[in-house]
Ligand binder design. Structure first.
Ligand SMILES: [Zn+2]
Ligand SMILES: [Zn+2]
Length: 111
C-alpha cells in the first residue's frame, strides 16, 4: 500500500472528536475534510488535539476558508469550507466580530 501523494479514500470516514458525527472523509467537492460539517470542530494533525473554529476568511478566488485554533498547542490552521458545512454556524462565526466590535459602532454614523 502506497502512502505517496495526498491520496485518500472516498470510502474512509471522518469521525468528529467533539460531537461524534461520522462523515465521509472527502467533501462534496472531493477535497479532504478538515473539520466536522456539523459542529465545525477539527483535529490538529500535529498534536491530535481538537481544533476550534474561530473565524472565516475569503480567498482571492472567493472561496471561504475556516480558521481554527488548536486547543492543544494554540496554533492557527486554515481549512477549506465544504458545501455541506453547517451554514448557520459559519454565518455566526463570520458575523461575530460585527456583534462584538472593539470600538463603539455609533462613531461610524458620524463619519
Ligand atoms: Zn462535530
Ligand atoms: Zn495542535
Amino acid at each position: 500500500m502506497s502512502h505517496s501523494g495526498t491520496s485518500f479514500s472516498h470510502l474512509s470516514t471522518f469521525t468528529c472528536i467533539r460531537c461524534g458525527l461520522t462523515a465521509s472523509a472527502a467533501t462534496p467537492s472531493a477535497q479532504r475534510r478538515t473539520h466536522c460539517p456539523n459542529c465545525l470542530a477539527g483535529r490538529h494533525g500535529r498534536c491530535d488535539a481538537r481544533t476550534h473554529p474561530i473565524a472565516v476568511a475569503v480567498q482571492r478566488d472567493g472561496a471561504w476558508m475556516l480558521i481554527h485554533r488548536c486547543t492543544g498547542c494554540d496554533r492557527l490552521e486554515a481549512g477549506p469550507v465544504a458545501s455541506d458545512d453547517n451554514q448557520l454556524l459559519l454565518i455566526r462565526i463570520a458575523v461575530k466580530p460585527l456583534a462584538q466590535p472593539p470600538f463603539p459602532l455609533e462613531h461610524l454614523a458620524q463619519i
